[in-house]
Design a protein around this ligand. Sequence first.
Ligand SMILES: Nc1ncnc2c1ncn2[C@@H]1O[C@H](COP(=O)(O)OP(=O)(O)O)[C@@H](O)[C@H]1O
Ligand SMILES: [Mg+2]
Length: 432
Amino acid sequence: MSELNHILIGRDHSDLNKFGEAGMGTIAKQIVGEKQEAHLTNPVKIDLSRPHIIGLFGKRGQGKSYSMGTIAEEIMLLEDDIRNNMSGVIIDTMGIYWSMKTPNSNDAKLLAEWGLKPQGFDITVMIPEGHEQTFKENNIAYDATFSIKPNYLNTDDWALSFNLELDSEMGIVLQKAMRELYEEIGDKEYSIDDIIKYIKKQEFSGSAKDGLINRFIVAKDWGLFSEHGLDIHQIVRPGKMAVIDVSHFTQASGGWSVKSLVIGLLARKILDERIKARRMEESEVMEGANGKGHMPITWMLIDEAHQFLPRDGMTAASLPLLQWVKIGREPGVSLILATQMPNKLHQEAVSQADLVISHRLTSSKDLDSLSEIMQNYMKYGISDYFDRLPRLKGSAIILDDNSERIVPIKIRPRMSWHAGGSPIAIKKNEEF
Ligand SMILES: Nc1ncnc2c1ncn2[C@@H]1O[C@H](COP(=O)(O)OP(=O)(O)O)[C@@H](O)[C@H]1O
Ligand SMILES: [Mg+2]
């Protein structure tokens, strides 16, 4: 049974009886008292071993990316036998999570107050194959590259990545060209040049053809495509945390829509593999065997999530992520969606979030969408909860589904280095 003074979030009674606190991570302490009087008390643990959709909110600079790192650390700190059934993928939009390899020695004193020590983590930083040169030139370390074969993308993916409406002129040319290409090449491999060839063949006057060809020429420069393709099992590995650095897809090359494409493809592949693995796990259970499926239960941690799963409009990540949100529980995929604008995050994702951690928010629209989720638990108006919080970085409120109340917390300091936040006079390639 749990110790009474631990606040356990996201674990139901039957799991608590069966597993106690195994597979949970201590991410914070409860804050008791208000503002300057506030002090830290009970450890706050969240369940990391069942599928969850975690909403992680807060206005800029309040600690979202930092907290996401804290949760990633807790996943990595789970007992071996649990962690090895799991895997994590951090979508790193700003190129800040490489630093998790380095112990946070700057905060050794602070960590000691929490009974913790600085520690680096064995993460795998992966970059798009075509970005190697840039990383080398800037002396930024990485561990591996990934790339995508053009035939992983269907017509919809291309249209979404190029921000094209399918019923626009370019969209129509794209559909016709892709249909012919599928008819003639079928499931075989093809390159972007093959697609361009099929676009050129289309009888279509006006600028749509040239416009579309240009988009594909630009796509070749994204640095994302190669004949090597993506082996999802290199990214999602039991007991490991991959950091997918998408920070170098610049605005000029398509920016957020290319990042969305990467996330969408990863999410789709992982879900497919998990569905297969789940079937195997179940038949193994039925046959009394003790084997494991190929693809571990996976956490995907997404910063700036409103860019990928927006309330209005669609990105190439929208449908795959919505699948995670809607049916992820059964195959065992979990999401952390961090955003400074919950109001801009897809309605379905907000309403399906079963764990909500929110740093301070001030805009009334964002407060409204938060109070929609929290309304059944609220004793006061939502902004009262934030007013009571001490003005400390990392303070937040969390929904406690067990006790059905909102608990003020302070997220624990990072054991590993946090490279986000305000600039520090430190270079990425220096030893520190
Ligand atoms: N739990 C925490 N403990 C200590 N410092 C924190 C904590 N959370 C955030 N900070 C500090 O606040 C800064 C900004 O946090 P960050 O996560 O980058 O903000 P956001 O992603 O919300 O814009 C961090 O660089 C760090 O210095
Ligand atoms: Mg951030």
